[in-house]
Design a protein around this ligand. Structure first.
Ligand SMILES: Nc1nc2c(c(=O)[nH]1)N[C@H]1C(S)=C(S)[C@@H](COP(=O)(O)O)O[C@H]1N2
Ligand SMILES: [Mo]
Length: 519
C-alpha cells in the first residue's frame, strides 16, 4: 500500500506577517549605524562640519530659539552639548528603528523615510557657513550605504522564515556584521576628527615670531575698491585650495623636521623651534595654479611669513652639478623647483604664516613652500618635510610624471571681474575692472578692447611689488547693443599672448573676454 506522507508543515507564506517582530527595528538600527559610520569616515575628507550628526546638531542649535537655549543651558549646564548629542542619537535611533519596521512591511515606505533623513542631513551640511557642494557628500554616501544595508537585511529577514534551513540566510549574523562595520566607521571618524582637533588646538596656541624684515605695508592705492571686483588681499578663508590630499595631513610641529639632503656638502635637519628662531621675513606673493583657465580664480594674493629657502640651502651647500630641488610633503607629494629660483634674491619661502596667522591646515600647516613666479605644482609644496637637492635629469615630481612641464614659470595673465559676463547694463559710463598678474616680472600695462576696436590703456592700481598681482580699471563709454570686451596685460618682457592654449602642459594662454548687453 502506498501512503502519501503528509507535508510536515504547510509552506509558510512569505510576507510581513511571518518575519519576526524584532527583525524590523534591528534591521533599521543596523542600517542607521552603517549610515552614520560611512558618513563619518567620508567626513574625514570633507571636514568635521560635514559629518551629518555634527551638521544636524549645529543646524538644530542655530534654529533653536534663545529661550530654549537658555533653558537647556540651565538644565544641563556645560553638559548642554552632550545632552544635545545624546538627544540627537536617541531621536535618530527611534527613526532608524521605525524605518526598519516600515521597510520590512513595505520597502518603499522604509526607503522613503531613510531618503528623507538623508536629505535633511545634506541640507543641514550645505547650510553651514562656507559649505561647498562637497558638504553633502558624507550624508549622501552614508544614505546610499544605509539603504543598501536595509535592503539586504530585509531580504535576509524574509529568507529566514523559509522552512528549509538552507534557504535561511542568517539575518542576525548579517545585522551584527553590519553594525560592527558601522561602529568601526564611527570609531575611525571620531579618532580622525580628534586628531584634527588636537592639531587645530596646537595651531591656535601658536604665536608667530616677528619677522626681521616685515612686508611693506601696501599703499591704499593697490586696491581700487571697485564693487564686485576681487579684493587685492585674498582672505585666507577664500584662498583657493588645490592638492591631492583626500584627508588633510595633520602634522604636529613638535615632531616636524625638514631634512635637506642629496647633492649637498652638508646634510641639514631643521626643527620647528629652530625654524621659529631663524631670521624670518614677510612677503606679498600671488600664488597661482597651472590649472587656472583663462579668466579663472585658482589664484590668490597673500602676505606670507617664512624663512628664505636660500638660507637653509646655504647651510647645506649644494654641489656644483645640482640644478633642482625636489621638495616632498608629509603625504608623499613632490615638486621639482629649479635650484636658481630658490637661491636667487626672490622671496622663496619656507612659509609658516599666512595673513599674520599660522598656516591653515589645508594650506600646509605647519610649513609650506611659496616661490614667487612659479606655478604651485612646481614649487608650493604644502606640509613640506624634505628638500632633496638633485638634478632635472635624475628625478621627476608628482605632476611632471603625469605630463606637465618640468618648468612652470607663471604666464602673464589678466582677467575682467566687472561687469560680470552676460550683464545687461545701461548706456553711458561703465566701469570695467579686474586683476592682472605676471609674478616676479611685474605688470607694466593693461589694455582693454571693445569689440574689434583699438586696444585702450586701462588705469593701473599701485604696484606693491613685482611678485603680487595688480588691479586695473577702465572707464568705458558704453553704447547700446551687444558688446565683447577683452583684456590683455604686459610685463617688461612683452605683451601676453592672445594665442589660445589649454592648461596642460604649462598653463593656459589667451585673452579673457566677456560679453554684455547695453540697453
Ligand atoms: N603636499 C602638496 N602640496 C601641494 C599640492 C599637493 O597636491 N600636495 N598642490 C600644489 C598645487 S598644484 C598648488 S596650485 C598649490 C595650491 O596651494 P593652496 O591650496 O594653498 O592654494 O599647492 C601646491 N602644493
Ligand atoms: Mo596647481
Amino acid at each position: 500500500m502506498t501512503t502519501v506522507a503528509p507535508p510536515a508543515e504547510p509552506a509558510a507564506p512569505l510576507g510581513p506577517a511571518r518575519t519576526r517582530r524584532w527583525a524590523g527595528p534591528v534591521a533599521g538600527l543596523a542600517a542607521g549605524v552603517v549610515t552614520v559610520g560611512v558618513a563619518s569616515v567620508v567626513a574625514l575628507a570633507t571636514g568635521a562640519t560635514t559629518d551629518p550628526l555634527v551638521a544636524v546638531g549645529a543646524a538644530f542649535v542655530d534654529a533653536t530659539p534663545a529661550w530654549l537655549k537658555d533653558a537647556a543651558v540651565d538644565a544641563f549646564g556645560t553638559a548642554d552639548k552632550l545632552a544635545l548629542g545624546v538627544g540627537e542619537v536617541l531621536v535618530l535611533a527611534c527613526l532608524a528603528a521605525l524605518a526598519g519596521v516600515l521597510a520590512v512591511r513595505r520597502w518603499a515606505w522604509g526607503a522613503a523615510l531613510v531618503v528623507l533623513l538623508g536629505v535633511v542631513a545634506m541640507a543641514a551640511a550645505l547650510g553651514r557657513p562656507d559649505a561647498g557642494w562637497t558638504a553633502a557628500v558624507p550624508s549622501f554616501v552614508g544614505t546610499v550605504a544605509g539603504l543598501w544595508t536595509l535592503r539586504t537585511l530585509r531580504r535576509r529577514a524574509r529568507d529566514d522564515q523559509r522552512p528549509d534551513p538552507d534557504g535561511r540566510r542568517g539575518f542576525l549574523r548579517a545585522a551584527l556584521v553590519a553594525t560592527g562595520l558601522g561602529v568601526v566607521g564611527i570609531g575611525l571618524g571620531r579618532l580622525g576628527s580628534a586628531a584634527g582637533r588636537a592639531a587645530a588646538a596646537v595651531r591656535e596656541q601658536l604665536t608667530l615670531p616677528r619677522p626681521v624684515r616685515a612686508a611693506p605695508a601696501p599703499t591704499a592705492g593697490v586696491d581700487l575698491g571697485v564693487e564686485g571686483a576681487e579684493p587685492w588681499v585674498t582672505p585666507a578663508d577664500d584662498f583657493y585650495r588645490i592638492d591631492t590630499a583626500l584627508v588633510v595631513p595633520q602634522v604636529d610641529p613638535a615632531s616636524w623636521r625638514l631634512r635637506v639632503h642629496g647633492l649637498v656638502e652638508q646634510e641639514v635637519e631643521l626643527t620647528w623651534d629652530e625654524l621659529l628662531a631663524s631670521d624670518l621675513v614677510e612677503a606679498w606673493v600671488t600664488l597661482c595654479c597651472v590649472s587656472n583657465p583663462v579668466g579663472g580664480d585658482l589664484v590668490g594674493n597673500q602676505r606670507w611669513l617664512g624663512l628664505p629657502v636660500r638660507d637653509v640651502l646655504a647651510r647645506a651647500r649644494p654641489t656644483a652639478d645640482a640644478d633642482m630641488v625636489l621638495s616632498r610633503s608629509a603625504d608623499g607629494w613632490t615638486a621639482s623647483t629649479p635650484l636658481g629660483a630658490l637661491t636667487d634674491d626672490r622671496d622663496a619661502l619656507l612659509a609658516i604664516g599666512m595673513d599674520g596667522e599660522p598656516l591653515p591646515a589645508q594650506h600646509g600647516f605647519p610649513v609650506r613652500m611659496v616661490v614667487p613666479g612659479l606655478y604651485g605644482y612646481v614649487s608650493a609644496t604644502k606640509w613640506v618635510t624634505e628638500l632633496e637637492v638633485t638634478r632635472f635629469d635624475r628625478a621627476t615630481a608628482y605632476w611632471t610624471e603625469r605630463g606637465w612641464a618640468p618648468l612652470g614659470p607663471v604666464k602673464t595673465q589678466s582677467r575682467i571681474e566687472v561687469p560680470a559676463s552676460g550683464a545687461r547694463l545701461a548706456a553711458g559710463q561703465v566701469v570695467v575692472a579686474g586683476t592682472a598678474w605676471a609674478q616676479h616680472r611685474g605688470v607694466t600695462r593693461v589694455q582693454v578692447q571693445v569689440d574689434d576696436g583699438p586696444w585702450a590703456d586701462a588705469t593701473l592700481a599701485d604696484e606693491a611689488g613685482i611678485d603680487s598681482w595688480r588691479q586695473w580699471r577702465y572707464a568705458w563709454e558704453a553704447t547700446p547693443g551687444e558688446h565683447r570686451l577683452r583684456v590683455r596685460a604686459a610685463d617688461p618682457e612683452g605683451t601676453q599672448t592672445g594665442a589660445v592654449a589649454d592648461v596642460v602642459p604649462d598653463g593656459a594662454t589667451g585673452y579673457h573676454e566677456i560679453r554684455c548687453e547695453i540697453a
